[in-house]
Ligand binder design. Structure first.
Ligand SMILES: *Cc1c(COP(=O)(O)O)cnc(C)c1O
Length: 435
C-alpha cells in the first residue's frame, strides 16, 4: 500500500492507526468522502514529525503555528510534568492558583503596556468570541446602543458563531449565515488606497452603531498570509478610538514572535483595547486561549451590579497544566537563543525570498518575521485537486506544508535548523520546476 508516495507495510494481523482511524473519527475541515486516508503521526521532536511507518517530515508550519519552540521541548515537558504532580485542575471561578498568577505576571511583561487584565479561555475561537463579547457588553453596560462589529475583509477569527460572523464570508459556512451577529466589512488598507479606506471608515461610523473593530494586525493568516499596510491600519485604529470603538486585535496567529516582535501590535502606534491570544501561547503542548484588555474596558464591567460582569466561563479555564506550558513558552520566547533564531530565520527567509523574486512561476512574495508566503502562478481552489497535489509533492519529499489555494507559505518553528530550512527552500524550487 502507498500513502503520500511512501511504501508502507501492511501488517495483516494488526491494522494501522490510519486504518483504525476510519471507523469512528470525524476530522476537522475534512470531507471524508474525498479524503478517506489520513496519515498517522506517531512521534515528534523539535521540527520533525514521524509517521507510523517511520517516515519523517519537517513541520514547516509548526503544526498550525503552535509548536514554535519545537515539539516535545524538554523545558516545556519539565514544567508541565512538575506541575501535574502538585495541582492538575481546579475550578477557576471562585479559586485561583500559582501557575495562573505567575503566567499573568510573565504575560503582562511582554504584552503592550496598555493591557491591564487577562480573561482565560480555551482556544483561539473562544479568545476572539470573548473579544467580541467584551466590545458589545462594554457599550451595553454603559447604555450605548451599539451592536454592530466592524471587521476586515478576508479576515479569519475562528469557528464559533461570533468568530464565524466576523470572519470573511466563506462557502464552507453557508449553512450558518442566517444566524450571524451584525457585521460590516471593510477592505484592508494597502498603502495606495489608505485615504479611500479612511473615508469609507468614517462613512460606516456615521451610518452604523459600531461597537468594536476586530482585525488580525498586519497579516491575515487564513487568507494565505496576506499582509497589509501598517500606516493605514494605524490611521484606522486612531479613528476607531476617537469614536470609542473597541479595537480588538486578533493575535491568535501573529502572537509570540512570529512577526519578528513579540506581538504584531508592537509595530503599531495605536495599541488595541483587547488582544486575543492562543496557538503559540501554550507552546504547542496544550490548548488554551487568553483575551487581554485595558483598564478602560475592564472598568465598564466592574460594578455593584452582578449582571454587568462578564458571565462567560469554560470548565477547563485557567487549567494549571496549560498555564505551566505557557510560562515555559514565554521563558523560551524571551531567551537570547530563541530571539537569535528568530532573527536568523528572518534573514534566511529574506535571502530565499529575494532569490525567488524574479521567478517566472511566482506572482507575489510576502515576508514578515519568520513567515514567508509565495503565490504561485496557478489557478487552484482553496481545497481542491491542485492544492492536494502540491501538498503531496512536499509530503513525498519529507516536508509538511499546508498550501492555501495557490499560496505556499512557511512558518517554521524557531528551533528549525539551517539544514532543514534549506531543504524546505530546495523542495519549493524543485516544485516550481514541475509547473
Ligand atoms: C487559528 C485562529 C483562530 C482560531 O483559533 P482556534 O484555536 O483554531 O479556535 C482565530 N483567529 C486567528 C487569527 C487564527 O489564526
Amino acid at each position: 500500500m502507498k500513502l503520500f508516495g511512501k511504501k508502507i507495510k501492511f501488517p495483516f494481523s494488526k491494522k494501522s492507526i490510519s486504518q483504525r482511524d476510519q471507523k469512528y473519527i470525524w476530522h476537522p475541515l475534512t470531507q471524508h468522502k474525498l479524503n478517506p486516508e489520513l496519515l498517522a503521526i506517531k512521534s515528534a521532536k523539535a521540527a520533525i514529525l514521524k509517521d507510523e511507518d517511520g517516515n519523517t517530515y519537517i513541520d514547516a508550519i509548526a503544526s498550525w503555528y503552535t509548536s514554535m519552540y519545537g515539539h516535545c521541548h524538554p523545558k516545556i515537558i519539565d514544567k508541565v510534568q512538575s506541575q501535574m504532580q502538585t495541582l492538575d485542575q481546579v475550578v477557576f471561578s471562585g479559586f485561583t492558583h500559582e501557575p495562573a498568577v505567575e503566567l499573568s505576571e510573565k504575560l503582562m511583561e511582554i504584552l503592550p503596556k496598555n493591557q491591564a487584565k487577562l480573561f482565560f479561555n480555551d482556544n483561539g475561537s473562544t479568545a476572539t468570541e470573548i473579544g467580541i463579547k467584551m466590545a458589545l457588553q462594554y457599550h451595553h453596560n454603559q447604555g450605548h446602543d451599539r451592536r454592530v462589529m466592524l471587521a476586515l475583509e478576508d479576515g479569519f477569527h475562528g469557528d464559533t458563531f461570533g468568530a464565524m460572523s466576523v470572519s470573511s464570508l466563506s462557502v464552507y459556512n453557508g449553512a450558518f449565515e442566517g444566524h450571524f451577529i451584525e457585521v460590516i466589512r471593510i477592505p484592508k488598507p494597502d498603502g495606495r488606497n489608505n485615504s479611500d479606506i479612511i473615508q469609507q471608515l468614517k462613512a460606516i461610523i456615521g451610518e452604523h452603531k459600531i461597537a468594536g473593530f476586530i482585525y488580525e494586525p498586519l497579516v491575515q493568516g487564513a487568507a494565505a498570509m496576506q499582509t497589509y499596510d501598517l500606516t493605514g491600519l494605524d490611521e484606522m485604529l486612531k479613528i476607531c478610538k476617537q469614536n470609542n470603538i473597541i479595537c480588538v486585535a486578533d493575535e491568535v496567529m501573529t502572537g509570540f514572535g512570529k512577526t519578528g516582535r513579540h506581538f504584531a501590535s508592537d509595530y503599531l502606534k495605536q495599541k488595541p483595547d483587547v488582544i486575543c491570544l492562543s496557538k503559540a501561547l501554550t507552546a504547542g503542548m496544550l490548548g488554551m486561549g487568553i483575551t487581554s484588555c485595558t483598564q478602560k474596558v475592564y472598568k465598564a464591567f466592574y460594578s455593584d451590579d452582578i449582571s454587568k460582569g462578564l458571565f462567560h466561563g469554560h470548565t477547563y479555564t485557567g487549567n494549571p497544566l496549560a498555564c505551566a506550558a505557557a510560562i515555559a513558552g514565554i521563558e523560551l520566547l524571551t531567551s537570547e537563543e530563541i530571539q537569535n533564531s528568530i532573527k536568523n530565520i528572518m534573514s534566511l527567509n529574506q535571502m530565499f525570498g529575494n532569490k525567488m523574486q524574479k521567478h517566472p512561476k511566482i506572482q507575489n512574495i510576502r515576508q514578515i518575521g519568520v513567515i514567508l508566503a509565495l503565490d504561485l502562478d496557478l489557478k487552484t481552489e482553496r481545497y481542491g485537486n491542485t492544492r492536494d497535489q502540491i501538498f503531496k509533492f512536499f509530503m513525498d519529499r519529507g516536508v509538511f506544508l499546508r498550501p492555501l489555494g495557490n499560496t505556499i507559505y512557511i512558518l517554521p518553528p524557531y528551533v528549525i535548523t539551517e539544514k532543514q530550512l534549506s531543504k524546505i527552500y530546495a523542495t519549493i524550487e524543485e516544485y516550481l520546476e514541475t509547473i
